[in-house]
Every structure is written in structure tokens, then in C-alpha cells.
Write a protein that binds this ligand. Structure first.
Ligand SMILES: Nc1ncnc2c1ncn2[C@@H]1O[C@H](COP(=O)(O)OP(=O)(O)OP(=O)(O)O)[C@@H](O)[C@H]1O
Ligand SMILES: [Mg+2]
Length: 388
């Protein structure tokens, strides 16, 4: 996934070589370290058990933590007690190394953690209004949901985020890579280029008049933004779940490839557009409601745990259905209580006049129920009446 021939990243590599003392942030260092952990590093995992776990595609302590004891027992054939012990050993291992938060912490330490690891690693939405709604942009280690009717701007928000995440910190990004799980075949590389060019993120040819088209000096510079997005096309719900698990391997491979060079690009954002499409189609009908909710629950929680371990932000979109209750909001998001509880921040989108869109913080452990207005334009999701 890391493109060795990507001039952007090789420039960076040279920079690091020139400056061996280049400091990385703690988080980047921890992520790089985490990728090097092997399942054999865990106490009680010898060659035989390692092979048994590898056969079930469990290769590092993070895999054990994300899957949890019930599933580990099921897929490895270990008895439940042994699986529980093993998962707990993995969790303790990750906590000791600072990859996971300690179980008991003071409120003050929690605040320090949020300021240093969360707030410093937010990604701008590309639009001041939405940044304000989210308290400064997409939060790592959290899941942000956008739901709304067709054309309400969900996919445009995702495209914009996929560009913004790649920008340097001073421009609100994390100089990172993006993974996009595409279940509706709506990822459009052309939109990425549009957003990059419209926002003038690459040098443009002179365009003295406002009506002059914006044309990059070197179109390859715009294409580099595409190089740093990995699109995974999911063809059905179980494929989508498989991809979500594969992502962890990609993160490991990715970090391994950089060989302890923590300032090299890393994945900072996972997008799922949309999370629920395949589940709605495949688990149609009342009789399948229970298995559908169970499958969605597992899927979303695994994504959340992956986000927590690798300090990644997750955005997903969700469709809506008519609210049969007949009062309050006429539409409601798909996925019932499962998704309502699992998403950290839940944002409702609705259409306004023309390109105007309204976003409302529907559910959040820390934000008021603000409503803001943004627009869907060539530059992605943008603030009304102004430059993106
Ligand atoms: N190149 C563009 N320039 C300006 N506006 C655009 C461009 N591409 C798409 N849009 C606008 O974005 C809106 C579509 O938004 P989006 O694709 O995000 O909808 P959505 O919420 O994902 O809908 P769905 O539920 O169908 O997936 C449309 O109003 C469309 O006109
Ligand atoms: Mg869409």
C-alpha cells in the first residue's frame, strides 16, 4: 500500500535520513511499535499455539484484542477459559506498552490523554461549520456516523475527508493515508481530483479571471492524492466484514514497511460508505432482524477497536427509513439501537435549498445538539458563500 515510488513519500524519507533526530509524535511511535508485535511475544504462546492461531488468521496481540474471547474460542477451537486468558494476556501486553489506555486512570490523566492523543490528531472536515459541530474535526479512536436521505451529502463528506486527511498538520490533516470501504460503488477518483484542484491544494496554472478553469501545473501532483487512498470494494456483508479484518493486516504490513520510520505516512482514516447497504439487502425481513443486528454489532465494534489501537478516525455513512412512529423525525437511521449505541458521534443530514445542507449533532457524549449549514460543491463539502 505504501507506494515506494510516490515522490511525496520519498521526499519525506530523504528528510528523515537527512535528519536522523527528526522527532515523531508519541502516537506515531506507538503505532509503529505496535505493528512490530508478534503473537509469539505473548507469554504462553509457543510454536504450536502460534501455528494454531495463525491458521485462524490471528497473527498479533491486536488481532486477539479486536476479536475477543468468544470468537477466538470459536475460530481456534481453544476452550473458552484458555481463550479468555489469552485475550487478557494480549490486552495487558498492549496496555503495558502504552498502545492501549490503562484500565484505571484519574480524570486528570484522561483529560491529558484526550488533549495529547485525541485533540492533536483530529482531521478537519474541510468545512468550518462541520468542524465546529465536531469540536475541531474528526476524532481518532472514535466512530462518526452521517445519516440522511439520498443526495444529503454523505458521500461528498467522505470524499472531502479523504483529501483533508492527507494534508499536513498545519492545514488540518495528518499527512496520512486513507482506507475507503466502498459498498455502493460510489467512490469517484474524479471527485478527489476536483476537490484537490478546486481547493488549490496543488500549484495551478495562471487563471486570472474567476471564471477561468483551474488546471494543475503538474496533474501528477493531484494524482498523488489518489495514491494515498486505498479503495476496498465490498460486494456483500461478509466480504465487508472480511475487508475490515484485512485492514488490520494492511496496517501491520504498512507499518512494517516503514521499518521504524515513524514520520512516514500511515493510515489515519477509515471510511465506510455505507455501512448498512449490504446488511439491509441480505438480511431483509423481520425473521432476520436478530442476526442482522448481531452481525452489524460485531462489525462496528471491530472497526472501533481497530480505530482505538491504531489511533485512527472512522467515518461511516448510513441510510434512512421512514419512522413508523408517526411523530418526531419522519425518518430514522438504519441499524436500530445497535448502531445508535456504537457510533460515538451521530450526525443527521438533511437537504436545504439548492446546494445547502443542514447537519445536526444527533447524539454525542460531549457535544450540544448544534445545527450547522454547509454546501455540496465542486470543492466537496464547503462553507456557504465562501471559499472552501
Ligand atoms: N462535482 C460536483 N459538483 C458539485 N456538486 C456535486 C458534485 N458531485 C456531486 N455533487 C452534489 O452532491 C450531492 C450528492 O451528494 P452525495 O453523493 O454525498 O449524496 P449521498 O447522501 O451520499 O446520497 P446517497 O444516499 O444516494 O448515497 C448532489 O446534490 C450533487 O449535485
Ligand atoms: Mg452516497
Amino acid at each position: 500500500m505504501v507506494k515506494k515510488d510516490n515522490p511525496k513519500s520519498s521526499d519525506k524519507e530523504d528528510e528523515v535520513k537527512d535528519n536522523p533526530n527528526a522527532e515523531s509524535t508519541d502516537v506515531e511511535k506507538e503505532v509503529a511499535d505496535a505493528a512490530e508485535f508478534d503473537i509469539g511475544d505473548l507469554e504462553g504462546v509457543g510454536a504450536v499455539r502460534k501455528a494454531r492461531l495463525a491458521a485462524a488468521n490471528i497473527n498479533n496481540p491486536m488481532d486477539l484484542m479486536v476479536r475477543g474471547p468468544v470468537e477466538v474460542a470459536e475460530i481456534t477451537g481453544l476452550d473458552r477459559d484458555a481463550a479468555e486468558k489469552l485475550v487478557q494476556t494480549a490486552i495487558d501486553f498492549l496496555k503495558e506498552r502504552g498502545v492501549m489506555e490503562k484500565t484505571f486512570q484519574s480524570g486528570r490523566d484522561k483529560l491529558k490523554f484526550r488533549k495529547e492523543k485525541i485533540d492533536k490528531n483530529r482531521i478537519t472536515t474541510g468545512c468550518k461549520a462541520l468542524d465546529e459541530l465536531l469540536g475541531g474535526g474528526y476524532e481518532p479512536q472514535s466512530v462518526t456516523e452521517f445519516y440522511g436521505v439520498y443526495g444529503s451529502g454523505k458521500t461528498q463528506i467522505c470524499h472531502t475527508a479523504a483529501v483533508m486527511a492527507q494534508l499536513p498538520r498545519e492545514q488540518g490533516g495528518l499527512d496520512g493515508e486513507v482506507i475507503w470501504i466502498d459498498t455502493e460503488a460510489t467512490f469517484r477518483p474524479e471527485r478527489i481530483i476536483d476537490i484537490v484542484v478546486e481547493r488549490e491544494l496543488v500549484p495551478l496554472q495562471p487563471h486570472p479571471k474567476k471564471s477561468d478553469p483551474k488546471i494543475p501545473v503538474d496533474e501528477n501532483q493531484a494524482y498523488e492524492f489518489l495514491d494515498r487512498i486505498t479503495v476496498a470494494s465490498a460486494t456483500n456483508a461478509s466480504h465487508q466484514e472480511l475487508i475490515a479484518d484485512k485492514i488490520r493486516e494492511m496496517l501491520k504490513v504498512h507499518e512494517d514497511q516503514i521499518e521504524g520510520r515513524p514520520t512516514a505516512p500511515r493510515v489515519v482514516l477509515i471510511i465506510v460508505d455505507s455501512l448498512t447497504t449490504h446488511y439491509r439487502v441480505e438480511y431483509a425481513g423481520r425473521g432476520l432482524l436478530q442476526p442482522k443486528q448481531a452481525a452489524l454489532n460485531t462489525h462496528i465494534h471491530r472497526l472501533l477497536k481497530t480505530a482505538q489501537i491504531f489511533n485512527i478516525a472512522v467515518i461511516f455513512t448510513n441510510q434512512v427509513v421512514a419512522n413508523p412512529e408517526g411523530f418526531g423525525n419522519p425518518i430514522k437511521p438504519v441499524g436500530g439501537n445497535v448502531l445508535a449505541h456504537a457510533s460515538t458521534y451521530r450526525i443527521a443530514l438533511r437537504k436545504g435549498a439548492n446546494v445547502k445542507r443542514i447537519a445536526k449533532m444527533d447524539d454525542s457524549p460531549m457535544h450540544e445538539q448544534l445545527e450547522v449549514i454547509f454546501e455540496t460543491t465542486k470543492g466537496g463539502c464547503t462553507d456557504p458563500e465562501g471559499k472552501p
